[in-house]
Design a protein around this ligand. Structure first.
Ligand SMILES: *[C@@H]1O[C@H](CO)[C@@H](O)[C@H](O)[C@H]1NC(C)=O
Ligand SMILES: *[C@@H]1O[C@H](CO)[C@@H](O)[C@H](O)[C@H]1NC(C)=O
Ligand SMILES: *[C@@H]1O[C@H](CO)[C@@H](O)[C@H](O)[C@H]1NC(C)=O
Ligand SMILES: *[C@@H]1O[C@H](CO)[C@@H](O)[C@H](O)[C@H]1NC(C)=O
Ligand SMILES: *[C@@H]1O[C@H](CO)[C@@H](O)[C@H](O)[C@H]1NC(C)=O
Ligand SMILES: *[C@@H]1O[C@H](CO)[C@@H](O)[C@H](O)[C@H]1NC(C)=O
Ligand SMILES: *[C@@H]1O[C@H](CO)[C@@H](O)[C@H](O)[C@H]1NC(C)=O
Ligand SMILES: *[C@@H]1O[C@H](CO)[C@@H](O)[C@H](O)[C@H]1NC(C)=O
Ligand SMILES: *[C@@H]1O[C@H](CO)[C@@H](O)[C@H](O)[C@H]1NC(C)=O
Ligand SMILES: *[C@@H]1O[C@H](CO)[C@@H](O)[C@H](O)[C@H]1NC(C)=O
Ligand SMILES: *[C@@H]1O[C@H](CO)[C@@H](O)[C@H](O)[C@H]1NC(C)=O
Ligand SMILES: *[C@@H]1O[C@H](CO)[C@@H](O)[C@H](O)[C@H]1NC(C)=O
Length: 516
């Protein structure tokens, strides 16, 4: 089914040569101009033209070899009079993720590393074991319209250019993509161990989306979550550094991540504009604000709120800065009060205790369900957590928030064949149903033992959205919580008008999906 790894590797090699050119023409000039030039001014409202950072390389030509094995996802969903938050689309988590080399996985599984990990479920090696198809395949064949990329600051191109994990594991047959030594934001799970990525730099990942977008001008809007990262798996562990120092040749240390400050968020924003050079291709927070006092006031004035019309935003992309820790939202708002002149929307956890700022209209419902480690995971406690999340998601969606809801987390659901979470998310009206398993053909052929679980391998778990009437494979569907009159029955003319939606009365928390 899926394209072979060899084809994907070939795709990357060709992209590499395209971006190598970009590196010479752009980054070297940046270096000559001095590092400060990379922290350019926030772009003003009009389209960013070629300033000192301009001269963008042409978007890499996509290298499709033959027709994709799955039918193309259709964006032809009729959404006349429908607003953005009436959509429900499928998304991926760490959309560029490639499972670490088996040697590195085995190293992480060894008892001394397990001890160093301290049982932190976020860093359990089994949570790294998934590989997503490349970005074009996700867009074309799987209908993915929501992406998520980590963003690690890497001003010198040294953060992951020589991952310690390869050295410690004695893996010598992995050739790193040259993009690991480029300057600028990188995307992967961890610079030393979970470093494999299908696009490596945030800029390349965005270029892939942009080059697809210009050819599909009618696509329903694509939402891209960018998550600043500055914490590694082992921190700067002294014991692992000692092991590294005792290796023959080129002793090295674990990667020390760069902290991300206010200027760096502007640089992340500049990265977006280097790719999306026409600002009218981006849905900006300011376009919703108008005369409202806050983004919440703008989007929560009745069900449907004042989110813009879907049909007016076809072919566009929307960016969300993920603030899971309470650090980046305030830093970003310092520079863009109310987000009026900002590029990014900001997302905050919806299932935590964070105080949600009045400029936050994107909520995330992620994290482990039913136990904090694979070993303590149970179906029963997962079901209880699903019910709780469903009530919160439905409440948020009906207020006018856009929600990103996990269908699975750290591979647990895919090993347990547990679908209640995704069914609950879909029914509760999650706008973005986010999975690491959108394509069953992509399941690893050799799955890794999971400690404490009866399941040591993957099931046939895979997530897609329900088909519309007539079985058409659409990239999106009407959101059951914000679409009047069509709950469970999408019509040919759209998801219901904003006026219809104002008539929606708050419904009781959905029940049923998680009843077992
Ligand atoms: C980046 O590299 C330059 C030149 O090699 C060096 O002077 C500088 O200290 C490095 N910066 C960081 C943050 O590592
Ligand atoms: C690298 O070597 C390991 C162990 O011999 C092997 O399993 C793996 O397939 C090799 N990887 C590549 C990319 O050649
Ligand atoms: C975009 O269209 C051009 C011209 O038809 C084609 O050569 C290119 O492969 C297309 N790119 C994508 C990403 O579909
Ligand atoms: C930017 O996009 C808008 C809307 O698609 C278009 O009207 C305009 O001509 C574009 N500007 C440039 C410089 O390409
Ligand atoms: C905002 O308020 C100003 C002054 O009251 C008014 O002129 C303008 O039309 C309003 N804009 C919108 C988008 O409502
Ligand atoms: C929104 O919250 C900010 C603090 O983050 C506050 O300064 C501002 O007054 C609030 N705006 C409204 C309309 O409540
Ligand atoms: C937003 O930008 C406009 C024009 O660039 C400027 O006049 C205005 O003061 C800015 N508003 C904020 C809140 O920064
Ligand atoms: C929220 O706060 C409650 C009460 O303090 C606490 O029990 C719970 O663990 C917190 N939840 C999260 C997700 O932090
Ligand atoms: C995985 O675990 C679940 C629940 O324990 C079980 O129902 C399922 O059959 C298991 N799958 C495999 C392949 O072992
Ligand atoms: C991981 O370690 C456990 C024992 O701790 C072992 O049973 C399992 O086979 C190991 N998995 C791999 C892939 O090495
Ligand atoms: C669903 O929509 C179809 C086509 O518009 C219509 O024929 C059918 O009666 C509707 N079903 C329900 C339950 O509303
Ligand atoms: C869209 O809204 C307009 C104005 O309210 C209405 O005339 C039209 O019938 C609506 N179209 C659809 C397909 O619902």
């Amino acid at each position: 089914m899926g394209r072979s790894l060899a084809t994907q590797a070939c795709l990357l090699v060709l992209l590499c040569s395209a971006t190598a050119w970009a590196k010479n023409s752009r980054w070297e000039r940046v270096l000559q101009a001095g590092a400060d030039a990379t922290v350019a001014q926030a772009p003003a409202a009009p389209a960013v033209s070629s300033g000192p950072l301009g001269g963008m390389a042409p978007a890499p030509a996509p290298m499709m070899d033959g027709p994709p094995p799955l039918p193309k996802a259709s964006d032809a969903l009729a959404l006349t009079n429908s607003t953005l938050n009436q959509l429900q689309t499928l998304g991926t988590y760490q959309s560029d993720h490639v499972t670490p080399p088996m040697g590195v996985m085995k190293l992480l599984n060894s008892s001394s590393y397990q001890q160093a990990l301290g049982g932190n479920p976020y860093y359990a090696p089994e949570s790294f074991q998934y590989t997503l198809p490349d970005i074009f395949f996700q867009l074309d064949a799987l209908g993915i319209r929501q992406f998520h990329f980590n963003a690690w600051k890497d001003p010198n191109g040294t953060l992951a250019s020589s991952p310690a994990g390869l050295k410690l594991a004695g893996v010598t047959n992995v050739t790193l993509d040259p993009k690991y030594s480029y300057f600028g934001y990188k995307t992967f799970g961890d610079p030393d161990f979970d470093f494999q990525s299908s696009c490596v730099t945030v800029e390349t990942c965005l270029q892939l989306i942009q080059s697809w977008s210009v050819n599909h001008t009618d696509h329903i809007p694509i939402t891209v979550y960018l998550e600043p990262r500055e914490t590694t798996i082992f921190g700067n562990s002294a014991s692992i550094n000692q092991q590294l120092a005792s290796q023959p040749g080129n002793p090295q240390q674990l990667a020390v991540p760069y902290p991300i400050g206010a200027d760096d968020l502007i640089e992340l924003q500049n990265t977006v504009y280097r790719v999306f050079t026409n600002q009218s291709d981006v849905i900006l927070p300011g376009s919703l604000l108008g005369n409202y006092s806050s983004l919440q006031a703008a989007t929560q004035n009745g069900v449907g709120g004042s989110w813009p019309m879907m049909d007016d935003n076809r072919g566009k992309v929307l960016f969300v800065l993920v603030d899971s820790t309470g650090k980046y939202g305030p830093l970003y708002r310092q520079q863009f009060p109310d987000l009026r002149n900002a590029t990014f929307f900001v997302s905050q956890p919806g299932n935590g205790n964070a105080t949600v700022d009045n400029s936050t209209v994107f909520l995330d419902f992620l994290g482990p369900l039913g136990g904090s480690t694979v070993a303590t995971w149970t179906n029963k406690s997962a079901n209880a957590a699903v019910k709780k999340d469903m009530a919160s998601v439905q409440d948020a969606v009906r207020k006018g928030y856009m929600t990103r809801v996990a269908a699975d987390w750290q591979t647990v659901e895919a090993r347990e064949n547990y679908y209640n979470r995704s069914l609950g998310a879909i029914k509760a009206g999650g706008n973005f149903i986010q999975t690491s398993f959108p394509n069953v053909a992509q399941l690893p052929t050799f799955a890794y033992s999971v400690k404490g679980s009866s399941n040591t391998t993957y099931t046939s778990y895979t997530i897609s959205l329900p088909l519309r009437l007539g079985g058409a494979f659409n990239a999106g569907r009407c959101n059951p919580q914000t679409s009047a009159g069509i709950v469970a029955n999408e019509t040919a003319s759209g998801c219901g008008s904003a006026a219809d939606n104002a008539l929606l009365t708050p419904a009781p928390a959905p029940a049923g999906a998680a009843s077992t």
